[in-house]
Design a binder for this molecule. Structure first.
Ligand code: ADP
Ligand code: MG
Length: 357
């Protein structure tokens, strides 16, 4: 086990810089998820930790060792990719044993290690099978088995669940998390899937265009996004964002947007005339048949079972509101949407940064 310390790391391909001086300290034993849209530099960063991609400048340490110039096989890491990269002509046993056979470890030790990994990953009945005789989830587990028999100081995962169907993805999410609880090895896990990040991470690092936008525990990031990008990227359905101007109505601050007045908590650090983006998550926007709340017109409702997602237009802006009650709202009908005051997010229109509230 080891910490990973990334200092001022930059990466250019030719003249194109894609990672712009990342500082990131990953404590020993932590499960860190690098999250961001496609092309933001997640894989590049992971591959630089692995040593598969040289860094342009900066330092990477694994434990106390500066690994900038170390070969991948000397970094004490194990990597699991999206496409598993199993050897098709080898049995499950041999796939897992291969790295140890290369190192010429004693046969008995190899057998013990494979047995240990196979029991952790529920692969014991499949050791004699070939990859083509396994399901997607089993192949994914073999790829993890191959990684864990190496006893690495750090596991590196690059979108390992992307090729699995939705149900299996959910199951493997839990299995990887349990594996981390059992082994307590440091994990750096790359994904573009915010649900995966939220459910698995100790710490999420949100990346955009080669910069870190925010870093924190999942619910910290969910509850207190530092800027508009993070606010809109995390959460599904996404946070509603309305552009408007702060005003005072009857002594209370509001945001005028799309022809309505959206209520603000009295503590909001804004002044009349200020241009802001008003953010409210769907679960904090209560659909009511009448009474308090801003008027909106229902466009469509989606029952999910536990709740109903109500899509409605405030002026020409479509928002999503979630009801736990089985409201019967016909498309085209009027609805009232009431924001939960202490869950309102405010962002500066010019910079996108979160404002105190
Ligand atoms: P992600 O994994 O977040 O989707 P990548 O780390 O793969 O993103 O890529 C980050 C950026 O670097 C992208 O703009 C991509 O086009 C660029 N890039 C990645 N690999 C190479 C390469 N070998 N040569 C040139 N550009 C690359
Ligand atoms: Mg990638």
């Amino acid at each position: 086990m080891a910490a990973v310390t990334i200092s001022k790391v930059r990466k250019s391909y030719g003249t194109n810089e894609v990672v712009h001086g990342i500082d990131l300290a990953i404590p020993d034993g932590t499960f860190v998820v690098l999250l961001g849209p496609s092309g933001c530099g997640k894989s590049t960063l992971l591959r630089m930790i692995a040593g598969l991609e040289p860094i342009t400048s900066g330092e990477i340490r694994i434990g106390d060792t500066l690994v900038n110039d170390l070969h991948p096989k000397d970094r004490n890491i194990a990597m699991v990719f999206q496409n598993y990269a199993l050897y098709a002509h080898m049995s499950v046993f041999d796939n897992m044993a291969f790295s140890m056979q290369l190192k010429k470890l004693p046969k008995e030790e190899i057998a013990q290690k494979v047995d240990w990994a196979a029991s952790i990953l529920d692969l014991k009945p499949y050791l004699k099978r070939y990859p083509r005789e396994l399901s997607g989830g089993q192949r994914q587990r073999v790829a993890m088995g191959r990684a864990i028999v190496r006893d690495p100081a750090v596991f590196l995962f690059d979108e390992p669940l992307s090729n699995l169907d939705a149900k299996l993805r959910v199951q493997m999410r839990t299995e990887i998390k349990e594996l981390h609880h059992k082994l307590s090895t440091t994990v750096v896990y790359v994904t573009h899937d915010q649900i995966e990040a939220m459910t698995m991470a100790d710490t999420i690092v949100v990346l955009r265009d080669g910069y870190i936008e925010q870093m924190g525990r999942p619910l910290e990031i969910y509850d207190r996004p530092a800027n508009l990008f993070v606010a809109e990227f995390i959460g599904s359905p996404a946070m509603n964002i309305l552009s408007g101007e702060v005003a005072a109505e009857g002594g209370a601050p509001v945001v005028r947007a799309n022809g309505v007045s959206l209520p603000l908590p009295a503590s909001a650090a804004v002044k009349p005339g200020q241009q802001v983006k008003y953010g409210i998550r769907p679960e904090h926007l209560r659909p009511l048949r009448d009474g308090a709340g801003v008027p909106a017109r229902v466009s469509v409702t989606e029952p999910t079972g536990p709740e109903i997602h109500v899509y409605a237009d405030i002026g020409d802006k479509e928002v999503c509101a979630i009801s736990k009650e089985r409201l019967d709202l016909a498309p085209g009908s009027e609805v009232r949407l009431a924001p939960v005051l202490d869950k309102v997010h405010l962002f500066d229109t010019a910079t996108g940064s979160a404002l105190a509230r």
